[in-house]
Ligand binder design. Structure first.
Ligand code: SF4
Length: 474
């Protein structure tokens, strides 16, 4: 089965190749790096690429910034809390930089794409060496080299020029499950969201590049693939020849060795019948779908610029469930969007009751600069938002518990991911529908599919016991 640890996938970018002989960046002495990542799966994936490039440069990961010669903060601007944490953490690096002036501190990610933020960071924290944005992060080795050579602050924040970089080495941690980005950016301009401003317009990778990456990962032992994009349903725009997302799913399903396929995130207005049919037809596409609803009120959905109504969303759920009866459906919900009245919020609660989500990621609305919602006059007071949030969490936890309880006594095929974090004698893995299952077992089962009878459930996980039959290869 698969080796544990890292996977350096692809041989290198032009920036890496050009710098192979650099003494500073590619030192024979082992150097260490530390990356802290905020935000979504796209940011996680960018950090995997930065780690991949650093490993090719001879750096090794460490778990604490104190021990690193290169520290990277990969930032997120979707929520205010994450931004505040970045500033707090940067402040704490001042002393470290005084004690270790050779340590390079870099800040990157979505926050840097916001007007004036990167410049302000370089000014306010003069010990930060490099600021770079989401576009052309693949040139990080060059930025690092220049910072080491010149000792000057490097500022590399670019506008989206529509290009995509292939061949960036990726360091993946799991060894079993891989996230594969199929497209970047978003064209939707939901009124609360900064993603289209900081990640640019939608750009799809070619299906050939995606399939080549997946085949190479299968060779390495990976069996589960999550296709990633801000809106995977509009995959293919601008590709010549055009390949739809449903066609891409079918192609991935045909790759020998692929065992499970997941994808996220979807936009309810864009997911079409062909995608649902592909889910029905393709044996490796799992019975799981993430459909962010954001609000149960059509009035609020219109203010959010989501381009669907409550009724259309409910009809989509009905269609998915009629074709895939055992599907697990998760969602995102924003509480306290500007103008949300108690009646609007009641509609969100009733939609949750009606759908019965398997999981819901709930967020308090947070003002984001430069977005239309930020300028809306009728902001909801914080205490009202919190009170509604607590009521919503109660409803979604109850429905998650009910959905999970339906698994009781069932036997599920669990892809074993390894020992549970806190209990080395307990294994953790997932059902095809994405539910986490914990059960007693030996670490040697990692990477196999195991039949597990579910014996206990709660809102967040399932528990079970392995049924004694010979292990299947995942
Ligand atoms: S679909 Fe809307 S919420 Fe999602 S990334 Fe695009 S603009 Fe943001």
């Amino acid at each position: 089965m698969k080796k544990e640890g890292t996977n350096l996938l692809i041989p290198g970018t032009p920036a890496l190749r050009a710098l192979r002989s650099s003494k500073e960046a590619f030192s024979a002495d082992p150097k260490a790096y530390y990356i802290e990542t905020w935000g979504c799966q796209m940011n996680e994936e960018d950090s995997e690429k930065l780690a991949g490039m650093l490993e090719q440069m001879g750096y090794r990961p460490v778990g604490h910034p104190q021990k690193a010669q290169c520290i990277i903060f990969n930032t997120c601007c979707v929520r205010e809390n994450a931004e505040l944490k970045v500033y707090g953490n940067l402040g704490r690096l001042k002393k470290l930089k005084e004690e270790h002036p050779q340590t390079i501190i870099a800040v990157c990610g979505c926050m840097m794409q916001q007007k004036g933020v990167g410049e302000a960071i370089l000014k306010r924290y003069p010990y930060v060496d490099i600021v770079f944005g989401t576009h052309h992060a693949e040139r990080f080795p060059e930025y690092l080299h220049r910072a080491l050579q010149s000792g000057e602050q490097i500022f590399e924040v670019h506008e989206d020029d529509g290009t995509l970089s292939e061949g960036v080495p990726i360091l993946r941690e799991s060894g079993l499950k891989a996230y594969v980005t199929i497209m970047y950016g978003c064209d939707n301009y939901c009124s609360y969201c900064v993603v289209p401003y900081v990640r640019g317009r939608e750009k799809s990778r070619t299906s050939e590049a995606i399939l080549a990456e997946i085949r190479a990962l299968v060779e390495e032992g990976y069996v589960e693939f999550t296709l990633l994009g801000q809106n995977v349903n509009s995959y293919g725009k601008g590709l010549e020849p055009y390949v739809s997302f449903a066609e891409l799913l079918r192609k991935v399903n045909e790759v020998p060795g692929v065992s499970r396929i997941r994808f996220m995130t979807n936009h309810p207005k864009d997911i079409d019948e062909e995608v649902i049919k592909a889910m029905v037809d393709c044996e490796h596409i799992t019975e799981q779908i993430h459909l962010p609803v954001q609000s149960g009120s059509s009035r609020i959905l219109a203010r959010m610029n989501r381009s669907y109504t409550r009724e259309q969303y409910l009809s989509l759920i009905g269609r998915v469930r009629s074709l895939i009866p055992n599907v697990a459906i998760s969602t995102d919900i924003i509480v306290g969007f500007p103008g949300e009245s108690e009646a609007d919020f009641q509609e969100t609660l009733s939609l949750c009751e009606e759908v019965g989500f398997d999981a819901a990621y709930t967020f308090l609305y947070s003002k984001r600069n430069h977005t239309p919602a930020d300028r809306m006059a009728d902001q909801v007071p914080e205490d009202v938002k919190h009170e509604r949030f607590n009521r919503l969490v109660e409803v979604v936890n109850r429905s998650a518990a009910e959905r999970n309880a339906a698994y009781l006594h069932r036997v599920e095929d669990i892809l074993v991911e390894g020992p549970s974090k806190n209990r080395p004698d307990t294994l953790t893995g997932r059902t095809r529908s994405g539910k986490t299952v914990n059960f007693p077992g030996d670490q040697s089962l990692t990477g196999t599919l195991q039949p597990v009878r579910i014996t206990k459930t709660n809102s967040f996980s399932l528990f079970g016991e392995r049924i004694e039959v010979p292990a299947k290869e995942a």
